[in-house]
Design a protein around this ligand. Structure first.
Ligand SMILES: *[C@@H]1O[C@H](CO)[C@@H](O)[C@H](O)[C@H]1NC(C)=O
Ligand SMILES: *[C@@H]1O[C@H](CO)[C@@H](O)[C@H](O)[C@H]1NC(C)=O
Ligand SMILES: *[C@@H]1O[C@H](CO)[C@@H](O)[C@H](O)[C@H]1NC(C)=O
Length: 416
């Protein structure tokens, strides 16, 4: 506890690598357990974003204008360079979704939810932040002995990681450091680069995505509650940080359906979902309110010109809303029901005409609904397991889905 207090009163001190006991017990902080179910709302409420006049009555929330033209303040540190050659890849495989009751204990002493990515067939990469504040990585490479054991990537970190792959053989892992910067470690050309400080003054864990072989980007909520993003292009290296405004209460979620598109969805300080999208590779649309009443940061998935947002509501239910590029419109919020563990958002994955949404229940089990061509199964399937974090779903190998979470003992768990 004393260590927490020191961390709170010296928020801008750059720490050297702290000892393991700085992280404290693995139990979730109390704020994760506070949950106001009295705020349960109906579909009309969710589908009617509160107007600016509502927002202006509160000093702690901001208008659309504020989201769109924020004040500036952010210290960017020097951009860094990556280098790499090329290679394409992706082939279909048999359908193989996560199976109820089929769990693997992957060990470890994690603090936050694990992050996952795949760069192609027979490949999965799993990352988590360990109690010693280092990032650990484990990969699945197919064959008769598919898992390579946990590898200590080092670092002095302070958040769940975020990872993405820009093409086969290339990936990036990002984390908030103990010095509040984003730290980045690239993998490519058969080996790991070194950790690189990217600047920033992060408040929550970052979110990264790649829209294609030569592109990556990372987004973070900063100490000013605004969204900041920085992009990597293989030809020109890392750009400079861009202030994207907003008034965020939690980590952003970035997704892309391909070249030139990125959507970022956040939980605003007013509790609503807010979104901004880039359609042409360089211009962000104004922030738009999606309404809702979110209990935690949102999750999202984008594919073939559609973008689906899935959130845990303050009523404990999962709510989902889809943007369709063909029409340029958002559909209505769908109430999916459920009993989401407070503080943990659901996760949504999609491929082809399939979609799945997972949440961690108040009882610690994982729950799933599936859709084919937008037709959802009616009841939640209890997948069993025992996790305390949000689920991290991974659609890989064109039809396989694995879902990861962290158990109360810090071990990474996988439902496959
Ligand atoms: C998970 O694995 C770790 C390491 O092997 C072990 O210490 C722990 O007891 C396991 N947890 C359960 C619930 O089996
Ligand atoms: C996108 O969403 C619309 C409306 O929900 C649906 O009709 C369409 O099939 C979706 N597109 C894809 C590629 O799934
Ligand atoms: C999105 O819509 C724009 C304009 O209608 C179109 O040019 C573009 O190809 C669409 N992209 C996708 C991925 O559907």
């Amino acid at each position: 506890m004393l260590h927490y207090i020191i961390l709170l009163i010296l928020p801008f001190v750059v720490y050297s690598l702290p000892s393991a006991n700085l992280i404290g017990p693995r139990t979730r902080p109390t704020r994760f357990l506070i949950h106001n179910r009295a705020e349960a709302r109906d579909i009309d409420y969710w589908n009617t974003p509160r107007p600016d006049s509502f927002l202006s009555k509160r000093s702690d929330v901001h208008s659309v204008e504020f989201f769109t033209n924020p004040p500036s303040s952010f210290k960017a540190r020097s951009p860094i360079q990556l280098s790499s050659p090329a290679s394409p890849l992706f082939a279909p495989n048999e359908n193989k979704r996560a199976t109820a009751g089929q769990w693997e204990n992957m060990s470890g002493s994690g603090v936050y939810h694990p992050a996952v990515t795949s760069w192609g067939p027979n490949r999965q990469d799993v990352y988590y932040m360990n109690r010693d504040r280092k990032c650990y990585h484990k990969s699945y490479r197919g064959g008769s002995n598919p898992w390579i054991d946990w590898y200590d990537l080092g670092g002095s970190l302070d958040s769940a990681p975020s990872c993405c792959s820009r093409r086969s053989g290339y990936m990036h892992v990002f984390c908030k450091g103990t010095d509040y910067q984003i730290w980045h470690r690239p993998y490519g050309g058969g080996g790991w680069g070194s950790w690189q400080p990217m600047g920033g003054n992060c408040k929550h864990y970052p979110s990264s995505c790649s829209w294609g072989g030569r592109h990556a980007a990372v987004y973070t909520s900063s100490n000013d509650n605004q969204l900041w993003g920085v992009r990597y292009d293989e030809n020109s290296g890392w750009g400079s940080w861009q202030n994207m405004g907003g008034s965020l209460a939690g980590a952003p979620k970035s997704v892309t359906w391909g070249e030139g598109h990125t959507g970022v969805v956040v939980r605003g300080t007013d509790g609503q979902a807010w979104v901004t999208q880039m359609m042409n590779g360089n211009t962000w649309a104004n922030w738009a309110s999606l309404g809702g009443s979110l209990d935690s940061e949102p999750s999202a998935v984008a594919w073939n010109g559609n973008m689906t947002v899935a959130v845990g509501g303050t009523d404990g239910a999962v709510w989902m809303r889809t943007y369709t590029n063909n029409t340029g419109n958002w559909g209505s919020w769908m109430n999916m029901g459920g009993d989401v563990r407070p503080g943990t958002p659901p996760d949504v994955v999609a491929w082809g005409n399939q979609m799945e949404v997972y949440y961690t229940g108040r009882d610690g089990a994982l729950y799933r609904k599936k859709a084919t061509n937008g037709q959802w199964t009616t009841s939640w399937e209890n997948m069993g397991g025992s996790v305390v974090t949000k689920p991290s779903g991974l659609a890989w190998d064109n039809g396989k889905v694995d879902v990861y979470g962290m158990a109360s003992d810090g071990s990474t768990r996988r439902c496959y």
